[in-house]
Design a protein. Structure first.
Lengths: 287, 910
């Protein structure tokens, strides 16, 4: 095993084009995966391509139409960044990733590239309609995240490509978004289910826009488009309970695992969605 | 192009010093620090970011050194626990004096995480401290004292006056090295020329296999020195903890019975060993249908696990007293408690590690330096495996980074011994986290039914208990569990008619062995649930019904033993009573408000026999006075619980000298006498007594040497021991004197008859705990808010340590109740196997009850295991109180709690 540590993107892309390498950002997914292999006697095969020397890929910056999150931006960078209320949910997600050690190293882009069904970054980024920018020697392209993450541990990243940034359009209005994570302990826990939401009301208290996404309840986190559409124009009241119960479960395809059963995930997702909607109404925070 | 790996060296700045290190750029920073710079204060518990033991600061931010490649920190500042830094120094001092380090393996990580916080936030809130420490796991302390130590870093804590050591908050005598990061654990030291050993393990739960041409493989892999297979075991390949039951294999002989069982061992240069792809070894696997879980094991799925046990039943335990049917016939109310539990992993933060050296003298010896809880047993077992006399085996325990019963069994020792013996070279190894979890013993999964009949006043009349314990592929301590549980199964109560039956069942799960409480924690869940259920039926308060039934001095236990003294359960309950009433009132008030969150209160009691069941289990201690001063020679292993400190305090008081005057030699089977295992909550009681006797003996000898009377005072004065009494002043020059005091203690017990009647233990610890929880009725999540714990410890030798044991026990009890479930192949890392973090801990209030044990040193008895036993019953009782239905399967994961709520709703509806 070896490690390459290019100092600019061109060199990195050249390396990427030349040979099979494993990109390394914060390493918080790469090294744990290696630990499992090592424990069972399977030595790592691929050389690492360390991206941490690529200063051009750092930072979170405001652009004309929104924000550019560099591929090396960590969860801690997100927590520290000055961002509009629409990013509140992303900050909440960031604060609940692992512990400080993981937040200081792990990157949003690494989280997306790793493509775990339980990745906590994806629900909020889906709802913020982020695009990922991919670069290779051949081309640069931008993809919406549902075109990028396509399955459990599957992305459309080409073998010669690197992700270089996320582009996030300015969120609508100044409405806070919200992220609710369900796990069976505090800190260092992978989501059993997670819900992200951004709900804007009109002057009369009716829902003007609703964006809601669910994580850990399908191979890839997904937006609840049927619910979102049905919510527009409605008031937040008890009538939402049957609507949620009707629209949420069909959008999900959860699995049974050590963390929870599929049935439980479906039910929990409904509860979280309901709570999120109720909170957008009252502004209160649920326990 | 900048290919760092082509350059042989890395330039790193660590603790303010520049280093030019010959390391590949992709090597983990943790490994560079430890192996290349010798900075072993940075610990490795998982190599996967899950435990935080490797936490260091990079440019002031806390990171897991195991998740950072060395090449990634070139040009950045790395700070480790070894750094000289005023903030770190304050934290170390605070950790030491407040008892925040028990075993000490998590301490460097905790210190570094705290250091990162204090740098930016000099006066943090409790919530900020918890956030900062959230990424570091501790399995010993329950985090309480760690959080306090960070909050109060920089303030001076109480330092005990010399002279009266027992009862004082003496800081850990072996604590300085733990907070400094200099203490050597199993993986921290080895001879520089040591070869590396890696075990090749079964990926299958059950399989037959044949091994092909190993010689060819060896020849094709330069740097690999040897591949050990079963043919290389010089003595007996069979081992086990009982003299008459040796069912476990050092290396599998064509058949593996659980995932993770050792098949081969690769020995050679570390790089060469680590480069080997195990899948390419010539092993031909033929997987067979495994019996996983009690139901499959009892159905003998796939055939018996061991020949000679056609029904997979390994052992049975039985206790019968009175006429249980008659007892039920006369009962006013009868109720049942049922529970199924899972494999629970010890999850000590230190994976098993050590090294062995062959020493060739007139009689060749093998010396094994490793973490362990039981040096003498290790010695004898390794001797059998090596075909050597026990005297040819020397066990040198390292500091032990947590044990809890899991390091009573052999781990790295036999293969290291064989490898060092055959190669003639020192050999070292450190298990990875997944391998530690797959190969080390677990708490037994159980299926228990307890039936209880009471009279109209709630007095227990009849108790009928059946418990099956899945002991996995090998016996380990299974028969101890099936033997201990029947004695304790009624709980700490008077019952006239009892029938307690247990079975230990072989399966293809990991071996289940000793884990804090030997099956009693699981039994207590069902038994206490039954008691809650009859209390509900009679409309009795749950604390009151326990008080009515509590064993008191003069009562007879279900094994027919009359307890003559030290039965403090009633005092424990009385201490908790006001808090219990307040808790119930709070819960009612909170529930009156309605909503999705329901509150509940629960109570659990326990008793626990200190020492081995109906077995001689002596401890021998020596205290010497010579040129080295006063030295306690103790074979009792301190696994973090603090026996070194306890013994020092006891010896100091018996000699009437300050604790600082006592030095210690510990653990090494070459230098100390057998103190028995560190298990069964026996060291304070038994070794404490032996140490007290040894010290008294030495004092007698000193006084007689000085011709002084019994009340003379002793004082160490430079190179002399001063003996003073009235006018008499005698100086005993240390370099001219050699005195030795010896003490041994074996608690009086008798054998149990066929009905389990007799005196199994000389003394029992008693305790009660109450818990307040809230349950989210829609999500099934549980939050434990408060636990109050009252423990009768006989005499508190060191309040800081007793509190630490209780807080740590509560954390493990909480884990058992709410989150811990080991599933082979699925939760074999600390990412998926969840133990409580700092954020999961409730507020804890402790009441220490002192009902002295006449046999114990200064009246003391054990606390190690009692700390954990009442916690799960109290929490589960509180959940049942909140949701109106008992939890019958633990851990009470959210989906299980929600299922229970739904089922109860349906039952109420029909
Ligand atoms: C203890 C612990 C707790 C955790 N808790 C959580 C949690 O609560 N929620 C959660 O969602 N995740 C969690 N994680 C997972 C992990 O921290 C996140 O997924 C993290 O964001 C990954 O980022 P990274 O920079 O560390 O990725 P890396 O490990 O460096 O890389 C991850 C993957 O992405 C690829 N990659 C990275 N960058 C690029 C790029 N620019 N172009 C192409 N490919 C790239 C890598 O090759 C690799 O396959 C946890 C991990 C640990 C160890
Ligand atoms: S060893 Fe690095 S987190 Fe456990
Ligand atoms: S003291 Fe924390 S793990 Fe032992």
């Amino acid at each position: 095993m070896t490690m390459f540590r290019p100092e600019n993107l061109d060199d990195a892309l050249a390396l990427r084009a030349e040979r099979e390498v494993l990109p390394l950002a914060g390493g918080t997914d790469v090294f744990p995966a290696r630990a499992v292999d090592e424990a069972w006697g399977r030595p790592a095969a691929l050389p690492l391509l360390d991206l941490s020397g690529l200063f051009e890929l750092r930072g979170i910056a405001e652009t004309d139409d929104g924000y550019r999150v560099g591929t090396l931006a960590t969860w801690s960078d997100v927590i520290r960044a000055e961002l509009p209320a629409g990013f509140d949910g992303l900050k909440q997600a960031a604060r609940e990733v692992g512990g400080h050690q993981i937040q200081n190293r792990g990157t949003l882009v690494g989280n997306l590239c790793n493509a775990s069904p339980a990745a906590d970054g994806l629900p909020m980024l889906l709802l913020l309609e982020a695009e990922i920018e991919l670069a290779s020697r051949r081309r640069r392209r931008r993809l919406l995240l549902d075109e990028f993450v396509t399955g459990n541990r599957r992305t459309t990243l080409a073998p010669d490509e690197l992700a270089v940034a996320l582009h996030i359009p300015r969120p609508p209005g100044d409405v806070p978004s919200r992220f609710l994570k369900l796990g069976s302990r505090h800190y260092l826990v992978i989501s059993i289910a997670a819900v992200a939401g951004l709900v804007a009301l009109d002057g009369a208290g009716a829902i003007a826009t609703a964006r809601i996404a669910v994580g850990a309840c399908s191979p890839v986190a997904c937006r609840l488009t049927a619910l979102e559409a049905a919510l527009v124009g409605r008031h937040i009241d008890g009538g939402l309970v049957p609507l949620v119960a009707e629209t949420v479960p069909p959008a999900l395809s959860p699995i049974d695992d050590a963390r929870g059963s599929a049935d439980y995930r479906r039910e929990a997702a409904c509860v979280l969605v309901r709570r999120l909607l109720m909170e957008s109404h009252s502004g209160r925070v649920a326990a | 192009m900048n290919d760092v790996s082509a350059r042989p060296r890395l330039q790193l700045a660590v603790n303010g010093e520049r280093h030019d290190i010959p390391a590949p750029a992709e090597e983990r920073l943790s490994r560079i620090l430890r192996d290349r710079l010798g900075l072993t204060g940075t610990k490795v518990g998982c190599d996967a970011g899950d435990c935080g033991a490797c936490t260091v600061l990079v440019d002031g931010e806390q990171v897991c050194a195991c998740l950072v490649a060395g090449g990634q920190v070139v040009g950045r500042e790395v700070l480790t626990v070894e750094a000289r830094d005023p903030v770190l120094d304050r934290l170390k001092e605070s950790f030491l004096t407040r008892g925040a380090a028990q075993c000490g393996i998590c301490t460097p990580g905790m210190l570094m995480a705290a250091r990162a916080l204090l740098e930016s936030t000099p006066a943090p809130s409790r919530a900020q401290v918890e956030d900062a420490l959230g990424g570091v796991l501790c399995r010993c302390t329950g985090y309480v004292k760690i959080v306090e130590a960070v909050l109060e870093a920089g303030t001076i804590s109480e330092i005990p006056a010399a002279g009266e050591a027992v009862g004082g908050r003496l800081a850990k005598v072996d604590g300085a090295g733990k907070v400094a990061g200099t203490e050597a654990f199993g993986a921290d030291r080895a001879p520089a020329d040591a070869l590396w050993l890696r075990v090749v393990r079964s990926p299958h739960d059950r399989a037959r296999f044949t091994v092909g041409d190993l010689d060819g493989f060896l020849r094709a892999h330069p740097g690999l020195e040897r591949i050990l297979s079963v043919a290389d075991v010089p003595g007996s390949n069979a081992h086990g903890v009982y003299p008459d039951l040796k069912d476990q294999q050092v290396l599998a002989d064509g058949l593996v019975r659980h995932r993770g069982e050792a098949v081969l061992a690769l020995v050679g240069a570390r790089e060469a060993v680590e480069a080997i792809d195990v899948d390419r070894l010539p092993i031909d696997w033929r997987p067979e249908t495994p019996a996983l879980g009690l139901a499959a094991a009892l159905a003998v799925r796939g055939g018996p696990v061991h020949e000679g046990h056609a029904d997979n039943v390994l052992a049975r335990g039985r206790l019968v007293k009175g006429d249980v049917e008659a007892g039920f016939a006369g009962a006013a109310a009868i109720a049942e408690g049922r529970v199924e539990t899972a494999f629970v992993e010890h999850a000590y933060i230190e994976p098993e590690a050590g090294f062995a050296v062959r020493v060739d003298g007139a009689v060749p010896e093998i010396h094994i330096t490793a973490c362990t809880q039981s040096p003498y047993m290790d010695r004898d077992s390794v001797a059998g495996i090596m075909g050597l006399a026990p005297e040819q085996v020397r066990i040198i325990p390292t500091a032990c980074g947590g044990g809890f019963g899991g390091k009573l069994d052999l781990s790295v020792q036999p293969l290291l011994a064989i490898a060092a013996w055959l190669t003639g070279r020192p050999v070292r190894c450190a298990w990875t986290r997944p391998e530690s979890m797959a190969a080390s013993p677990k708490r037994h999964p159980t299926r228990i039914r307890a039936r209880l009949g009471v009279d109209g006043e709630g007095r227990m009349q009849a108790f009928d208990f059946e418990g099956d314990f899945d002991t996995g592929a090998y016996a380990s301590w299974g028969p101890t569990v099936t033997g201990r549980v029947p004695v304790h199964a009624t709980g700490p109560y008077r019952v006239a008619h009892v029938r307690n039956l247990t079975r230990g069942i072989y399966s293809n799960g990991p071996p289940a062995g000793a884990f804090r409480g030997f099956g009693v924690p699981q039994a207590a869940i069902a038994q206490e649930a039954a008691l809650d259920a009859v209390a509900a039926e009679l409309g009795l308060d749950r604390l009151e019904i326990r008080r009515r039934n509590a064993l008191r001095a003069g009562d007879e236990t279900s094994s027919g033993q009359v307890l003559s003294a030290s039965c403090g359960l009633v005092a424990c309950l009385d201490a908790l009573a006001p808090g219990w009433q307040a808790m119930l009132a709070r819960v009612d008030a909170a529930n009156a408000a309605g909503g999705a969150i329901r509150h509940g209160a629960g109570i659990g009691c326990m008793w626990y026999g200190c020492g081995n069941t109906s077995m001689s289990n002596p401890s021998i201690m020596r205290v010497t006075l010579d040129a080295a001063g006063i030295t306690l020679h103790s074979g009792a292993v301190d696994i973090g619980q603090g026996v070194n400190t306890i013994l020092t305090q006891i010896v100091a008081d018996a000699l009437r000298l300050p604790a600082g005057a006592i030095a210690m030699v510990t653990g090494d089977t070459g230098l100390t006498a057998d103190a028995g295992k560190t298990s069964a909550s026996r060291q304070t009681f038994i070794s404490g007594k032996a140490a007290e006797l040894a010290a008294l003996d030495l004092r007698r000898r000193i006084l007689s040497q000085a011709n002084a009377g019994a009340d003379a005072t002793l004082r160490l004065d430079g190179a002399a021991l001063m003996v003073e009494e009235g006018e008499l002043r005698r100086a005993l020059p240390l370099d001219e004197i050699r005195l030795e005091g010896a003490g041994s203690f074996d608690p009086p017990t008798t054998a149990l008859d066929a009905d389990g009647q007799g005196v199994p233990y000389a003394t029992y610890g008693f305790a009660a705990q109450i818990a307040e929880v809230s349950v989210d009725r829609e999500l099934g999540t549980v939050k434990v808010h408060r636990i109050a714990a009252a423990h009768d410890v006989g005499r508190t030798v060191n309040p800081t340590q007793v509190e630490g044991q209780i807080q740590g026990g509560i954390a493990q009890g909480l884990g058992l109740a709410l989150m811990e479930e080991y599933l082979p192949g699925r939760t074999e890392n600390l990412h998926d196997y969840l133990i409580p973090t700092v954020g999961d801990m409730p507020e804890i209030e402790i009441h220490l009850i002192e009902d002295p044990e006449p046999l114990g040193p200064s009246g003391a008895k054990g606390i190690g295991e009692p700390a954990l036993i009442p916690t799960a019953p109290a929490i589960l009782g509180a959940i049942a109180h909140a949701i109106g239905a008992p939890i019958t399967r633990v851990p009470a994961l959210p989906h299980r709690v929600l299922e229970t709520i739904r089922r109860a709703e349906q039952e109420r509806a029909t």
